[in-house]
Ligand binder design. Sequence first.
Ligand code: FEO
Length: 175
Amino acid sequence: MKDLLRHRTSLKEEIEILLNNQVKMEAEASAKYLAMASWCDRNGYLKSSAYFLRQADEEREHMMKIFNYILTVGGTAISPEVPAVKQEYPTFRSVFETALQSEISVTQSINRIVTASRKEEDYATEAFLDWFVKEQVEEEDNARRTLELFDVIGEEGTGRYFIDKEIGKLNGGDA
Ligand code: FEO
């Protein structure tokens, strides 16, 4: 059955697997950001919590973009299983370090799919992923900016209060 259906699409199985893995990675990113939003909220960093909630929404949008693309090109989109994500963080700063690391992993993963698409002469998928390549430049830039704020403001005294306030302005925040 699967083989018969396979003949009706130009999407190669290898690319379909990579795209479904990316759906899962974006779902996991959304779950991670929810955990970060919760950690920030219960530790008094309300603007950062709102920032992570916005990030979580964006990751779900990324997930749905890829999910819908798989459907459009006649593939089998798989509803992702999300593994348990870390709920606790040792420090305020470490939350943002983890977020940057996570964005860098997503960039690398997107790049690997672009490379595979090119190798398989799947130019439709390569063109589709162009949006994600550009989006990751922004995502990493935001994540790096949060860490710069820790450095330029400093955590001592009321530092963390002001860091939280500035983070609230990033990525569409009106804080
Ligand atoms: Fe969808 Fe932040 O990567």
